[in-house]
Ligand binder design. Sequence first.
Ligand code: ATP
Length: 324
Amino acid sequence: IKKIAVLTSGGDSPGMNAAIRSVVRTCAYHQIECVGIYRGYQGMIEGDFIPMGPRTVHNIINKGGTILKSARSKEFMTSEGRKKAYDQLQKAGVEGFVVIGGDGSFTGAEIFNKEFQFPVMGIPGTIDNDIFGTSHTLGYDTALNTVIDCIDKIRDTASSHNRLFFVEVMGRDAGHIALNAGIGGGAEEILIPEEELGLERLLESLKKSKASGKSSSIVVIAEGDKIGKNVFELKDYVEANLPEYEIRVSVLGHMQRGGAPSCYDRVLASRLGVKAVECLLEGKSNFMVGMLNDKVTITPLLQAIKGESEIDRELLRVAEIMSV
Ligand code: ATP
């Protein structure tokens, strides 16, 4: 392989730039060419490429978002679209690509690899941490730190006014952010999609907490929680059943996806970028690079797409004990 492309696809996350930098510099280190593809698969179809060298990625390790931009491409989901993308890569002399993204981006890469026997590697980039084959996805650690920073601030006002706060965090169908930031932020209750707490148990728990002398509390709720009510309906329901509580809702939203990546995410991005490029150079293809037990590993893309990234049940127990 003489030339590798790198792209970011799907939702952005902090650490994507550090991963782009790592891919580009690993190519330079091994004296092969690297091109950046703008706007994910859409830019691949349109041939929106830019040559990248070690100096073109200076000053980005500390930046959130992605300098290559990201996009969702409907056209890439069609075989005509993918043929156009293939032709563009051929024209540019690209012999393999590294895609930084989530499940959808990996699915696209997997299909593309099958169709054209084109070497591909994936780097998991999403704050949700919902990908099988890695303990951490790029941006997850940064998002956790952002969330606990917010919870700490909310706690100040909650305790000054003796209030109960419902804090909704991101994570789509996964509760990783809620569970970990809930424990790290000292939440009273944590509601996640993987564990059906139930409305009755929530009321019981809040009643108990009032009786135990707590004057203010924070409940962290994953956006994908399946309690059957959105966070505002949940507030109304709890207030109607427990009039002693005055509740405020805070939906943290997209701030969780931005910001300078944490040191952990920068190191993770650097390690995964090196591995992704070196795999392609060794003739490996169709894998996702990830981190398991602090070792860089590779998982077949199909397995990464199909597998479940389960939550750590032990954390649920820790959370329960902490809210005594
Ligand atoms: P995030 O986790 O942030 O949503 P993602 O990578 O899962 O990231 P998607 O929007 O699902 O984000 O996918 C990104 C892109 O990957 C899509 O816009 C599309 O171009 C491509 N893609 C997704 N699914 C397929 C598919 N089945 N076939 C071909 N391409 C696909």
